[in-house]
Design a protein around this ligand. Sequence first.
Ligand SMILES: *[C@@H]1O[C@H](CO)[C@@H](O)[C@H](O)[C@H]1NC(C)=O
Length: 183
Amino acid sequence: MMSLERMSLLAVVVVAAAFTTVSGASYGVGEPNGGWDMQTNYTAWASSINFHLGDQLVFKYSPAAHDVVEVTKAGYDACSAASPVAIHRTGQDAVELNRLGSRYFICGVPGHCNAGMKLQVRTRCGSALPPGGGVCLDGSSPPTIISSPGVISYSSSPASSGIFSTVIVTMAATTVILILLMV
Ligand SMILES: *[C@@H]1O[C@H](CO)[C@@H](O)[C@H](O)[C@H]1NC(C)=O
């Protein structure tokens, strides 16, 4: 017979596993035809993708030539990196889309933003919801209702597939159930 404490602990583990293993798609900014460069039209690039909570952007570029500055809408509109939200300089910068709404990125090298190195992404509801379902309000109408976290559909193909997250969730759930049965 399991103690109440042990059951509560397992419940926490189940929920934590479901949350932490649900990871979304990873998108190389500007790919497949470009990168973080002066040629890509990022308005066109971003409009072809539905970004979801838990997805990741990866900015790939030469750190000698560019950087990535996350800015506010005002900074984006004015092409100003004067009040950065965050600065990235590795040339392989992963940014997690961990909150709903719009985020703005520009290249901080003078002239580059005005030449087109500016990206706006809008993050919508994704798979990072409690197991068993949930309702996500992201301003889209009607609200997204996810009835099963094991079934994740993307309306455009991500660069590297979100299938992995589905597999991981399934594996995590299976493991937890096995542990529960063994205790
Ligand atoms: C980039 O693409 C958008 C949407 O397709 C278009 O409206 C805009 O004119 C393009 N910008 C440039 C500089 O080509």
